[in-house]
Design a protein around this ligand. Structure first.
Ligand code: UN1
Length: 491
């Protein structure tokens, strides 16, 4: 049986308590392995190692840090297929999507490796003669990275790569549902030659490991992706301690389909965005805002296609939709279906936990669509994080935009229209961090900022250049070579 460990100060070690937990394949119930159930003592060791390693890593030339990241990217590329298969086994997404998840990690490795030779600051004129002004990015120190299970490779790389290239050292706590993928990623960093202590992995629960990282005085920043409830807790605690914090939380993403849209194209985008990764993306389309003129045609086509989607083990070629990650998530998702029914929404396809034959071994929920949903209903307001979407009819673009914006979140949105004026109105008036025209709500590329407005986050963005703003502080430097006292704003 595979027994996995923490990685602290360059060594693979058990939890100090010796405790372990199991993770099972959500499609088949088979055992993936056992993992350390770590606690504050393990976090203490990891932070101490990271603090020590920071003394050297911050001075290690950034282009050299980049070379290590390039090697990581190369190793990820070579192992893409086996990593993708292991990901499907561990959290259920279908193999094609698991490959995409690994690819996102490869892209991020290469992109951030290049930053080792850029990480530009500013050089500017001074208001005084014989004086030189510039700004440089500086690392923060030890950073705590807490990641979710739905993108078990991509999201850790979104945080680890920019953190490391900027010269920070890391304590990494992955989600308890996907610890094996985290181990694989850290093994690759080790193989690529990352010095001991620079990246430390501590596996365990949020209550125990996450909170210990959050409360540790030597951790300068927490970067967290996950639920809004936990994110709020992280923000409050971090504020009390004057820690930096970057949050990526929920979404209630909408696809608007206008009366002039290419309906078949919209159907493709909706099914991909609503049911890809079994709806377990922060960017999933959980609302479809349909112009009444095309609502019936759209819903008819969606129902026909959704009812043909095949549930199953994501490793099988024939599977369209894999399991959800766990029994408790399955229950939560299904509870929302009951809520939708009680609220009076019209269930047009799906709605059940799937238990036929082999499916009974795993956690499967049918792709589910509600029609004639009111924007105020809970299924139109709350993040479900499963294969459930809600069609909300509207009469105009103005109403569509109002409905799209009428939720607490602001991650992703999309509009299907052939009218360029409507597309530009949507770009101007929809309040989300990511917006698509004639494409679904998922599919962000790693060189643009990723994140959202309102309840989705706290103003930070991941990926692209924006990630460097999270993981660095600016230092403005003034060099006076006049040899005399020069007083800014006075002389
Ligand atoms: C997430 O849903 O948590 O745009 C991340 C996308 C992916 C990343 C999603 N590239 O859907």
């Amino acid at each position: 049986m595979a027994q996995f460990k923490n990685f602290i100060n360059g060594e693979w070690v058990d939890a100090q308590s010796g405790e372990e937990f199991e993770r099972r394949n959500p499609a088949t119930g088979e055992l993936i392995g056992t993992f350390p159930k770590s606690g504050p003592a393990d976090v203490e060791a990891a932070v101490a190692a990271a603090r020590e390693a920071f003394k050297h890593w911050r001075l290690y030339p950034a282009p050299k840090r980049g070379e290590i990241l390039y090697r990581v990217g190369q190793l990820l590329k070579e192992r893409k297929e086996e990593l993708a298969r292991e990901m499907t086994e561990e959290m259920g997404k279908v193999l094609t999507e698991a490959r995409g998840d690994v690819q996102e990690g490869i892209d991020m490795a290469f992109y951030m490796a290049g930053e080792g030779r850029r990480m530009w600051g500013q050089t500017t004129p001074s208001e005084l003669p014989n004086k030189w002004n510039m700004s440089v990015r500086k690392p923060l120190g030890v950073v705590g990275l807490i990641t979710p299970w739905n993108f078990p490779l991509a999201i850790p790389t979104w945080k680890i790569m920019p953190a490391l290239i900027a010269g920070n050292t890391v304590v990494f706590k992955p989600a308890s549902y996907t610890p094996r993928m985290a181990v694989r990623l850290v093994e690759i960093f080790e193989e690529a030659g990352l010095p001991a202590g620079v990246l430390n992995l501590v596996i365990g629960t949020g209550e125990s490991v996450g909170d210990a990282i959050l409360h540790h005085p030597d951790v300068a920043l927490i970067s967290f992706t996950g639920s809004t409830d936990t994110g709020t807790h992280v923000a409050v605690e971090a504020a009390r301690q004057g820690k930096r914090v970057s949050l990526e939380l929920g979404g209630k993403n909408a696809i608007i389909v206008m009366d002039d849209a290419d309906i078949d194209l919209a159907v493709d985008g909706i099914l991909w965005s609503a049911f890809g990764t079994s709806g377990q993306r922060c960017t999933a389309a959980s609302r479809i805002i349909a112009h009444r003129a095309i609502q019936d045609t759209l819903v008819e086509k969606l129902v026909a296609r959704a009812s043909r989607m095949r549930l199953g083990d994501g490793l099988k070629e024939t599977t369209d939709v894999g399991p959800v990650v766990s029994a408790s998530q399955l229950e939560r998702i299904h509870a929302y279906v009951q809520i939708g029914r009680e609220e009076g929404a019209e269930l047009v396809v799906g709605g059940n936990i799937a238990r036929d034959g082999e499916l009974a071994r795993g956690h499967f929920h049918e792709p589910t669509i509600f029609n004639n949903v009111k924007p105020t209903m809970r299924i139109a307001q709350e993040e479900i994080f499963g294969p459930v979407t809600a069609v909300i009819p509207v009469d105009s673009l103005d109403e569509a935009i109002e409905v799209a914006n009428g939720v607490q979140y602001g991650l992703s949105a999309s509009i299907y229209t052939r009218d360029i004026n409507k597309a530009f109105r949507a770009m101007q008036d929809i309040d989300t961090g990511i917006l698509y025209v004639n494409a679904g709500t998922i599919g962000a590329e790693i060189h643009l900022p990723f994140g959202g407005t309102k309840g989705t986050g706290n103003g930070h963005r991941e990926a692209g250049q924006a990630a460097l703003d999270v993981f660095t502080e600016w230092q403005s430097i003034y060099v006076d070579y006049s040899g005399r006292l020069q007083r800014a704003q006075i002389d």
